[in-house]
Design a protein around this ligand. Structure first.
Ligand SMILES: Cc1cc2nc3c(=O)[nH]c(=O)nc-3n(C[C@H](O)[C@H](O)[C@H](O)COP(=O)(O)OP(=O)(O)OC[C@H]3O[C@@H](n4cnc5c(N)ncnc54)[C@H](O)[C@@H]3O)c2cc1C
Length: 367
């Protein structure tokens, strides 16, 4: 079997890696730089809290792989299981957290529920006005700049061919499978995997499977380096776009959320909207008052694909034998990446996957 994976983000590079480890011939084709799409812009949060419940088995598979990332990839991608603290500031959000914790337990996610005294004892300086919190000790973060190159290099060592700067590929269905014409040559395959992120809907449409995807840019920023004091990833439990932050080991505090995501125009370039910064910072300071007077050194965004039901598209095509999809991760794909790659490789190699992914099938949009 020869597989072509289209799109060299986290999903494509992880899929290529796990296929190559299974001994399957695989070529990863990226139109630009490997890892320069949504993944590099990511906040780097590896959290299961707050996910759509149907995603939790996939998130669990992924977390187990993140925990082994250094051994699997042969280098440190800065995965740290520092825990994920979600602070609560109002009763409606507390009720929401309790509902989620109850519903998530049968799916294997146990959340610690913290009262204010425990928050202050375990996490001094965080959320002084919080009325409660959830804490998920096995979750954490990794470095979005390191992870795709690490997966692509490891895939290459396992036998995958990585073709970057391929331009806009032209894709054809042939009798034998697929033909992909690029600026680096034409390549045939029995199986094509659509890992094109926010652009995955264009490939699906090409094969007669339109999906309701819109491209948006979450809003991110980073402070100057500060003494390292904040260990867990910290967020707000709220009904709106609650803010979140984490402090990297070098000391900078990365933050995001707190303002709506900005729509991305046809160019595919996401823009940071400076008008949101004051709102964003007010929420960041609610999480950690000591950040009130720090200097922001950079702001950015990234182009991510969102489906109308906030679930990605994952699994076999409904229209074209040999075509598979893994795109549109709705702002949650960084955590899922290794699990998506492993599950897609299993599905392609064996025709089935141990992790349930039916809720993410493209067939849900067929009607
Ligand atoms: C600002 C921001 C913050 C985020 N924070 C988090 C977070 O904290 N936690 C979390 O879990 N998730 C987060 N996410 C979401 C997560 O980063 C994405 O879901 C994930 O990285 C998507 O990976 P991908 O491989 O599907 O897409 P991408 O990384 O965008 O990769 C897709 C690749 O496909 C290529 N491509 C497109 N069309 C073609 C084509 N026709 N042929 C060849 N190549 C093509 C693109 O050039 C691109 O390199 C965030 C996203 C953004 C934008």
């Amino acid at each position: 079997m020869q597989v072509i994976v289209l799109g060299g983000g986290l999903m494509g590079s992880a899929t290529a890696f796990f296929l190559a480890r299974r001994g399957i011939r695989v070529r990863l084709i990226e139109r630009g730089h490997v890892g320069a799409g949504a993944t590099v812009a990511s906040f780097g949060n590896i959290r299961r809290t707050g996910r759509v419940l149907e995603q939790l088995p996939l998130a669990k598979r992924s977390l187990d792989l993140w925990s082994r990332a250094e051994e699997l990839l042969g280098r440190d991608v800065e995965f740290r299981a520092t825990g994920h603290l979600r602070l609560i500031f109002d009763e409606a959000s507390r009720a929401d957290m309790l509902r989620f914790a109850e519903a998530a337990r049968p799916w294997g996610l146990e959340l610690d529920q913290l009262e204010p005294a425990e928050i202050r004892r375990r996490f001094p300086g965080l959320g002084p006005s919080a009325i409660g919190a959830s804490f998920s000790p096995r979750d954490g973060s990794a470095n979005p700049r390191l992870v795709v190159p690490a997966f692509a290099d490891a895939a290459s060592r396992a036998g995958a061919e990585i073709i970057a700067h391929a331009g806009e590929p032209r894709i054809e269905k042939t009798e034998a499978g697929f033909k992909v014409r690029t600026t680096q040559g034409s390549f045939g395959a029995d199986v094509l995997v659509n890992c094109a992120g926010a652009w995955g809907a264009e490939i699906a449409r090409h094969f007669g499977e339109p999906v309701p995807l819109t491209a948006h840019g979450p809003q991110m920023g980073v402070t100057e380096p500060l003494p390292h004091r904040i260990l867990p990833v910290v967020g707000i439990w709220s009904q709106d776009s609650g803010a979140y932050l984490r402090q990297v080991e070098r000391g900078n505090v990365v933050f995001g959320g707190g303002v709506p995501r900005v729509p991305v125009a046809g160019t595919g370039f996401a823009q940071y909207d400076p008008a949101g910064l004051a709102v964003q910072l007010a929420k960041v300071v609610q999480l950690c008052p000591a950040l009130a007077d720090v200097t922001i050194i950079r702001q950015w965004s990234g182009c991510e694909g969102y489906l109308s039901d906030m679930l990605p598209v994952m699994g076999a095509s409904g229209s074209t034998p040999g075509l598979f999809h893994a795109f549109g991760f709705c702002g949650h794909g960084f955590q899922l990446g290794p699990g998506v790659g492993d599950t897609m490789a299993e599905l392609i190699a064996t025709g089935t996957s141990a992790t349930p992914i039916a809720a993410m099938s493209i067939a849900r949009f067929a009607a």
